[in-house]
Design a protein around this ligand. Structure first.
Ligand SMILES: C[S@@+](CC[C@H](N)C(=O)[O-])C[C@H]1O[C@@H](n2cnc3c(N)ncnc32)[C@H](O)[C@@H]1O
Length: 389
């Protein structure tokens, strides 16, 4: 990390911006090892391999001695620890080789409804950056500074892949206690992360506070239903959702507790199973029916017909790595943005699960938030053009 990062940080334990750094090992302007201390609550956070580990339990977790830390026994931390450890295998082995081969600029534009030029000159936060594919895309778009954080060792993988990027700072931190000052960033993005936290609404509120007046906040989550947004669920949809909650999610949680190698083997088998379903689909009406049932009730989390084995395995491994997997209804997501009263306008982008809010000047009490939708057709046309989501 560079000293410039301190201008954006706040203590994740007490929210104080009064933090100081004691470097132990530096090379040029980069602090490789050291400690960040909060002058108000005294909690100390280690800097290891150039990355500040800014969660209150970090000192205990990394077995450092001396100074305050917050004990590592809370139920929240046990769940976070599962995320940290399960995802490290996913990020290193499965996702890192794939991530930079995707069309990340196009994906980010499509998901955010922004242009890459909108990131130029901005301070950006990538919350749950994974191996940093979007952080690097924003840095290439000449963002002033990208602060990319993730709960897990993904940030280590990300940093090791980003040697040439002078405008990125990597941080290990938790969305539930983000270590940043309020209204600190022009662009906040969180792609595929809130849905992995136990309380996506709280995560949303935490991240929304980081957006400056005039800035934007983009989230990509799992929505239960995109279209039609104004109709009641049908009996079929309701039964489908009941099955997902009562059976599929329970099974997923059990698998998420298995060792990395076992989960990876299961996901490889799911790719073969997916190929079998594709084969079934071509076997006339009965085959199509069976294929539809297998897709609906089977244990796969990826039903995209166009993707490669690598993408399919990565997507399933992602779903089988997280302790939590939430879906939210469209109305809940609208409510998250609306409740803050910070957003005059939100837009559901062509990817059915992403939304961007514009935090222009606060709305009057009786002023409704403007909600824009893209037609569903665009999703298919983007997928048909072969862009990975
Ligand atoms: C599906 S990956 C998405 C990564 C990246 N946004 C992308 O699109 O490539 C989800 C990431 O969220 C991170 N994550 C999960 N819970 C988190 C939390 N509470 N705080 C920060 N990151 C978290 C995981 O470690 C993982 O790297």
């Amino acid at each position: 990390m560079k000293l410039r990062l301190l201008d954006y940080l706040a203590c994740p334990a007490c929210r104080s911006p009064r933090l100081s750094v004691a470097p132990l090992k530096e090379s040029s302007e980069e602090i490789e090892t050291g400690t960040i201390t909060c002058s108000d609550c005294g909690v100390k956070y280690p800097i290891i391999d150039g990355i500040p580990r800014l969660f209150p339990e970090a000192r205990d977790y990394f077995h450092s001695s001396g100074g305050n830390s917050v004990g590592t026994t809370s139920p929240h931390f046990s769940t976070l620890q599962q995320t940290i450890e399960n995802y490290s295998a996913y990020q290193g082995k499965v996702y890192a080789p794939l991530a930079d081969r995707l069309k990340n600029e196009e994906i980010l534009e499509a998901r955010s409804g922004l242009l890459m030029s909108d990131f130029a000159g901005s301070v950006c936060i990538d919350a749950g950056c994974g191996v940093g594919r979007f952080a690097r895309a924003m840095a290439r778009a000449e963002a002033q500074l990208v602060i990319a954080f993730d709960a897990g060792y993904a940030v280590d993988v990300a940093r090791s892949q980003s040697g040439d990027y002078a405008n990125i700072e990597w941080v290990q931190a938790d969305i539930m206690r983000p270590p940043f000052r309020n209204e600190t960033a022009d662009r906040v993005i969180s792609i595929g992360v809130l849905n992995l936290t136990g309380t996506p609404d709280l995560g949303f509120q935490n991240l929304s506070k980081l957006v400056k007046r005039g800035g934007t906040f983009t989230i990509y989550i799992h929505l239960c239903e995109y279209i039609p947004w104004n109709k009641l669920y049908s009996v079929k949809t309701s039964l489908g959702r009941l099955y997902d909650i009562a059976v599929k999610e329970r099974l997923r949680r059990l698998v998420a507790k298995l060792p990395d190698g076992t989960r990876l083997s299961i996901c490889r088998s799911l790719w073969r199973f997916r190929c079998f379903v594709v084969w079934m689909e071509k076997r006339g009406a009965p085959g199509r029916l069976l294929a539809r049932l297998l897709l609906k009730f089977g244990p796969m989390y990826s039903d995209k017909p166009l993707e490669s084995a690598e993408s399919n395995i990565a997507r399933n491994f992602d779903c089988y790595s997280t302790p939590n997997q939430h879906t939210n209804e469209l109305s809940e997501v609208i409510d998250w943005f609306d409740k803050t009263r910070r957003y005059r306008r939100i837009r559901f982008t062509p990817y059915r699960q992403s939304v961007t809010g514009w935090a222009d000047k606060p709305r009057e009490d009786n002023e409704p938030m403007l909600i824009e939708y893209y037609p569903a057709k665009s999703i298919e046309s983007i997928e048909a053009a072969g862009v990975e989501v």
